[in-house]
Design a binder for this molecule. Sequence first.
Ligand SMILES: [Zn+2]
Length: 305
Amino acid sequence: MNGSQYRPAVMSVDVEDWFQVENLRAAVSRESWDTRERRVVANTQRLLSVFDRTGVTGTFFCLGWVAEREPSLIRDIVSAGHEIASHGYAHRLIYEQPLEEFRQDVVRAKALLEDISGQEVLGYRAPSFSITADSLAVLAETGHRYDSSWFPAQGHDRYGRLDLAEEEPRGNGDASTADSSRSALAVRPVMRLTPTPAIREPFFELPITTRRLAGRVLPWGGGGWFRLIPAGMFRRGFLRAVTRSGGGVFYLHPWEVDPDQPRVEGIRRDYAFRHYVNLKRTEDRLERLCRTVPFARADRVLKLR
Ligand SMILES: [Zn+2]
């Protein structure tokens, strides 16, 4: 990709189990996690097989809680050539906890994941994309080099808000080169992260891919939307967004390829729809997407190692 405007998109997986999802929180308490059937290993192995068949490597944002209980899964991900990044330890929404507790959570997850994987953990993704400006500074101060938690799409009640789009990218070669148009959100250095001496190196934001259609910014980077809309339409739109903005980020979860996961009753109907729609088709759709779009690990796209 040297000398070219073009970058592969980031393939990313948030490694967590079906019972840790925010949409199910009303019916599945945190205290019950240890009593639930863990399906994350088998489901992540299915994703690893898809990536193996299609020659894709990506970034796995792993939950500390899972890594602690399933360390060999983390090592399997490493040996398959993927990047280990952090999804925090306890999967609490960032803005629902004091900043100091957030700091402890990410420090704990980073140390644990580095211990198990033998890789330095450079990246972070927030539970339910609940990122805030304050928490970005904490990430940079605690040795992370990039965040991929910003989902600048409309119409979601839980996503965090950042105003990075209003800031000028620090266009200065390599990874920090960003297209100057508003829609070009593939790689954007986070600005104004220099008030503390603890932050010495550039810190990057890798937003989830969106598409502007009919005056609205739609989520177009994976998850429920990927399972809901026609597969060909998603692939064409994603490829287009990636080509236009010089990059992109796709994400999914292991439980999204698991149609046999336990069904949770007593949650909001729209949450249930978002969680369960088209689970049966995800694996096949993912495989076709992997054969259509060039994907890579986030650390390589950012040229961090
Ligand atoms: Zn999550």
